[in-house]
Design a protein around this ligand. Sequence first.
Ligand SMILES: Nc1ncnc2c1ncn2[C@@H]1O[C@H](COP(=O)(O)OP(=O)(O)OP(=O)(O)O)[C@@H](O)[C@H]1O
Ligand SMILES: Nc1nc2c(ncn2[C@@H]2O[C@H](COP(=O)(O)O)[C@@H](O)[C@H]2O)c(=O)[nH]1
Length: 189
Amino acid sequence: MTNEEAQKVLVITGNTGTGKTTVARYLAEKYHFPQVVTHTTRPPRAGEVDGQDYYFETEASFPKNHYLEQVVYSNYHYGSSYEGLNRAWEKNSLITIVLDTAGALTYAQQLGSKVEVLYLSVENAADLTQRLIDRGDQLERIQKRIQSAEFIRDLSVPDALKQYAHMIINNNWVKTQKEIDRIIKNMLK
Ligand SMILES: Nc1ncnc2c1ncn2[C@@H]1O[C@H](COP(=O)(O)OP(=O)(O)OP(=O)(O)O)[C@@H](O)[C@H]1O
Ligand SMILES: Nc1nc2c(ncn2[C@@H]2O[C@H](COP(=O)(O)O)[C@@H](O)[C@H]2O)c(=O)[nH]1
């Protein structure tokens, strides 16, 4: 386990399709920040690997883990377990996790100064649907998702996070990478 005092978690939040997973992958590749693997009852998308993208659970297995927080998002359960969090911290003191805004809020409340938040958005919310289509999500699932209360909620950052979340408009990937590099440089000072 890494030194507990040095442990930090970079919470990457924002609406579906804003690029949270893309950012987490970039941080893993460029900075070797491990990503916390969370649990879900959602079926895997093409190419997703159990234990890598998520721990894919059944309705029966999901409640057996020990969660720091859990949510229902567009009819599926999602949760981040203490085990998953510690597994990432065993590898490095600075780690990332991808969460909806409700999860981000819980992390900020529970872990306080250990948490740094990135809130991603796009200029035009209509672009999100197109991104999900391009990603290969099923049309029926996209429709359910964009009609969900969670989608509407995640279009803006929660008031409690507004003051200190790093706000990133991810319309241009090259620009986003530069912004992230700047944030990381400041964090590592
Ligand atoms: N700046 C960008 N410009 C255009 N497309 C992008 C950009 N960033 C990410 N994408 C693409 O948008 C799609 C959604 O990105 P990603 O899966 O990272 O989003 P997400 O926020 O993790 O979504 P979800 O919450 O639904 O899992 C992907 O196909 C990704 O390649
Ligand atoms: N609060 C939590 N949110 C989570 C967790 N794992 C993922 N997520 C978020 O759920 C939605 C949907 O994810 P998708 O992979 O089905 O597109 C998205 O906002 C994720 O960030 C979690 O453990 N807790």
